[in-house]
Ligand binder design. Structure first.
Ligand code: CS2
Length: 492
């Protein structure tokens, strides 16, 4: 039996305790992925349950996720979230979704109609780093990206997320409606600024008047989002089903109990009272984003590449290896923490809480999942801190090994010689660079040519180039496990 409002669920499962029809879809969300389902939607659910809020969601998926939207539509727009740790699972049914649309299946007209309702105050996004179609190193719009090139030529038939948002803003302007706030919930520093840049640069290519209006009228609040939500596996699905007393939920998700959300308070058309359910509303999110991106995501990527190469399938498996746990802590405290400007947070405590979260064995967070899209992740997770060390004469051996681990990983063969399926928007370019270079230093130099990842500065900095080359050679000579064990981590 599929999840529905009539499902006979076990008493321990929390469910909507409010009249769902009270909720208005005043937030349109792009990207109905696992992270959104377990994070932002849950804050709205708590607000509706505990504070009589009327903020509901319209969920839209653009390219992928057609089946998930169809499942949501078939389940009366209900789905479940389970928080899991070693002691057990805690389930809850989420009822804040009021509408669900897929761009291809339901059509552009329906999607734009949802985005141009007068009461829509916020359009939020979890489309992953690559969904912004920007150059990760510099932040500018990638005008030769196929979807962007298409959207420049066909503004009224958008394919990309920036193109769709802009089409909706264009219609709102024509109809005399206020612009909504565009809130990125993806893992990029200054994600509001990135979103603003890609949308206004696209607008500039289409219509200068529209670009000017967007710059003046639309708000682009930044956010820092945090919750570990691994991709759902058949095993998770089975566990969820038993938690729900045998009821099937095709789009249920499981995540860790921890959740954090820091939001720049910049919503001219209003916003839910997120602070009532644990979110922090601040005037400047960047210091929080940098802390999270460098300490959490940076160590995640380090563990993902080196752990994968060492044969560890999950982050919790990496934590069983004392050398990996020690290296991750050193990376966080000795190499990332000094680069941060956030005041008033105990970073040693933060690092230890992250390691504790990584040890959660119920999570099964695959290193191969985190390893995806490295070209989009490296700059903010590892390279920004390396730039800080280059400017301050600091030691960055762990960061350099992380970069070398990525290079070895995108070489496409693990240490047993088995093929690695590289999932990355630049995978073809990566494969060309790998095929065109010899193993060793030439491979490193070839990959450093990726200007969109490394910029122009890093490949021109001998200290950096040599550090990565040395780390890479050590990886080749010793293997990932021994290379991590050999890291000088005594200072932390
Ligand atoms: C992970 C993140 O897949 C990844 O790249 O590092 O999804 C991470 O789990 C979240 O950012 C945690 O908030």
């Amino acid at each position: 039996m599929r999840l529905s409002s009539d499902s006979a669920l076990p008493a321990a499962i929390a469910r909507p305790g409010y009249p769902r029809e009270r909720l208005q879809p005043r937030i349109v969300h792009l990207g109905f992925g696992a992270f959104h389902r377990a994070h932002q939607a849950l804050y709205a659910e708590k607000l509706a349950n505990e504070h009589a809020s009327d903020w509901g969601y319209c969920e839209i998926s653009l390219q992928h996720g057609q089946q998930k939207i169809a499942d949501l539509q078939r389940q009366e727009l209900l789905y479940s979230v389970a928080e899991m740790d070693d002691d057990g699972w805690q389930g809850r049914v989420i009822g804040v979704v009021r509408q669900a649309l897929h761009l291809q299946a339901d059509g552009l007209a329906a999607v734009l109609a949802a985005m141009t309702r007068p009461e829509v105050a916020i359009v939020s996004l979890t489309v992953s780093e690559k969904g912004y179609c920007h150059h990760p190193a510099g932040g500018d719009l990638m005008t030769d990206h196929p979807d962007i090139a298409h959207d420049i030529a066909h503004p009224l038939q958008p394919r990309s997320a920036p193109g769709l948002i802009l089409a909706a803003l264009r219609l709102r302007r024509e109809r005399g409606l206020p612009a909504f706030a565009v809130m990125s919930c993806d893992n990029m520093p200054a994600n509001g600024q990135v979103t603003r840049t890609v949308i206004t640069q696209l607008a500039q290519r289409q219509d200068a008047g529209l670009a000017e209006w967007v710059r003046r009228e639309a708000a682009f609040p930044s956010t820092m989002v945090d919750r570990i939500v691994p991709a759902v596996t058949p095993e998770t699905r089975r566990q969820l089903q038993s938690l729900l007393g045998g009821i099937d939920d095709e789009i249920g998700v499981a995540c860790e109990p921890f959740s954090q959300w820091v939001i720049e308070d910049n919503f001219p058309q209003g916003r839910p009272a997120w602070e009532r359910v644990g979110a922090e509303l601040v005037s400047d999110v960047l210091p929080y984003e940098e802390m999270k991106l460098r300490m959490l995501n940076g160590s995640h990527s380090f563990l993902a590449y080196l752990g994968y190469l060492a044969g560890y399938q999950h982050i919790s498996d990496c934590m069983q290896d004392a050398d990996f746990a020690r290296a991750a802590r050193h990376l966080m405290l000795a190499e990332q923490a000094p680069t941060l400007r956030l005041q008033g947070v105990d970073l040693a405590q933060y690092a230890d809480s992250l390691l504790q979260r990584y040890r959660n064995r119920a999570l099964k967070h695959r290193t191969g999942q985190i390893a995806m899209d490295g070209t989009q992740k490296l700059p903010q997770r590892l390279l920004d801190a390396i730039r800080w060390h280059l400017a301050h004469g600091g030691n960055f051996a762990c960061l350099a090994l992380g970069v070398a681990g990525w290079m070895r990983y995108v070489g496409g063969r693990d240490e047993q010689g088995r093929a690695i399926a590289i999932s990355d928007p630049l995978s073809e370019r990566l494969a060309d660079l790998v095929a065109g270079s010899e193993e060793g230093r030439p491979r490193v130099l070839a990959l450093l040519q990726l200007e969109t990842v490394f910029g122009r500065d890093l490949p021109d900095t001998p200290v950096f180039v040599n550090a990565v080359c040395e780390a890479y050679q050590r990886l080749l000579a010793l293997g990932a496990k021994a290379a991590v064990a050999a890291l000088p981590t005594h200072a932390s």
